[in-house]
Design a binder for this molecule. Sequence first.
Ligand SMILES: O=C(O)c1cc(C(=O)O)c2c(n1)C(=O)C(=O)c1cc(C(=O)O)[nH]c1-2
Length: 595
Amino acid sequence: NTEVEALTKDPKNFATWGGDYYGMRYSALDQINNKNVKDLQPVWTFSTGMLRGHEGGPLVVNDVIYIQTPYPHKVYALDQGTQSVIWEYSYSPDKDVDPNQVISVMCCDVVNRGLAYGDGKIFLAQGDATLVALDAKTGKVVWKTKNGEPKLGMTSTNAPLVVKDKVITGIAGGEFGVRGFLAAYNIKDGTLAWKAYSMGPDSDIKVDPEKTMTWTDGKMAPVGKDSSLKTWEGDQWKLGGGTTWGWYSYDPKLNLVYYGSGNPGTWNPTQRPGDNKWSMTLWARDADTGVAKWVYQMTPHDEWDYDGINEVPLVDLKMTDKNGKEHDKLIVHFDRNGFGYTLDRVTGELLVAEKFDKAVNWASHVDMKTGRPQVVDQYSTHKGGEDNNTTGICPAALGSKDQQPIAYSPRTNLVYIPGNHVCMNYEPFEVEYTAGQPYVGATLTMFPAGVDAKTGEKNGSHNLGVFTAWDPTTGKIVWSKDEPFSVWSGAIATAGDVVFYGTLEGYLKAVDAKTGDELYRFKTPSGIIGNVNTWSYKGKQYVGVMSGLGGWAGIGMAAGLEGESEGLGAVGAYRNLSNYTKLGGVFTVFGLPNK
Ligand SMILES: O=C(O)c1cc(C(=O)O)c2c(n1)C(=O)C(=O)c1cc(C(=O)O)[nH]c1-2
């Protein structure tokens, strides 16, 4: 979409979830820099009036700020000059939708990861799995389309992406036996352009047996006929998961959309033998047709809920592989499974797969020839012994990183990873599918990793989080900073050589892009699970973030859960958070003082 591309080229805007089509989360603004960021101040705030988890970040298009809240949603268009509401959209359910039923099938709080802009419209993927287009000037509904059935456990939490004349969106519900898909809707009227499932017959998954390639035996080869069906028993693929609730990025020159698919259903691995393709997979799909150019499955036959949906940012960086071949169009991906991947985004060749959190113990390494992780027997959840409980698995199900997007700076050539440092015990149990009911089949408890995040030495630390700078060409940690709680907020890097991120206790932090030294912190009104964005208005640079504790890590407080293993195992680990912060959605804008 040429309009969106032009908007993202002017750093006064922040016009997609990632700031650009690449999903780099880098801003060319440098007014706020590593020397003066210590003087940063909150300059205005705005309460969203809602309590649950606030994910995503402000979209800034031609001086108007657009923010959205968790389900049942509000969208606000804000005027920066008067700091007032231009328009407000209030969600109202269609006749056949019961908001309480929707809330009951949203797995990890009622979050929403953000808005998209294009063609004079603002797009919101609503919790009830309808995609709505709002007039960017008035907030009036232009069109609305049903992308999934909440009664079957389908919900939406993703930030859509406008690509050419289409809006790309996905579906959540991997814990409810939903078969994931990516869908493209026509931007003018919301009619379906294409839909591509994560598993099933070749035609459903838009895979060409001859032309869709995958990493095999150290090179790319066609996936062959029935590449998904062959890896499931019977028709289990129909409840196969592989949902697509994360982030989508796009290469306008290659016309390819990149994203990852989630965990296979159920979490109990003994119930679904096989590799369960193409769950846990990185995808490159043609934006016009949806047909897959290449696929790479990161975690075949998942046994840990290492959902593969984390963002797939594009980076233009030169590297030479071990055969001496040069690559300069790359993607990076930091998976829940704890491995940081670099692939050639044109061909899908696997270039780097290394641990970005040294606590990771479920696999020793990724075999670079087959691309398969080498599972450590002791941490296979098939092998839980008499009580069926496998203990001390790292990372926990919420991964070494969950949905919180990374930032990449083309000035340092480093990736900045907001991360988790959490391990788990995992006890699978037999579960039967009932439409619209949880199809989880495992009980978890989580706890801090207790090892040095850089060296892997045991140190008994109680940190649940870590913020890491990473070299994507070598797969090495450059620096890392412990955080008391998981960093559940999306980072941003700037041309001022500052990296910003939020913490679960509620701090907005700025660190030096080269050294990681902390330069600034400010305690916002609630825990931060939103993304930090930056833009400029009347020549002045601003930084903005939504506070509002929730998401999976904050589910205990957000949903009022108490039991150790409630909230899919997260409640126990993050219990202490309530000593630091409370619920409440607030958008805070920061700037340097006027001289
Ligand atoms: O399988 C799914 O469909 C699905 C959906 C979601 C979601 O939509 O928020 C999450 C997850 N899984 C999940 O595994 C997970 O760790 C997670 C964390 C969060 C969050 O917003 O904090 N959502 C989700």
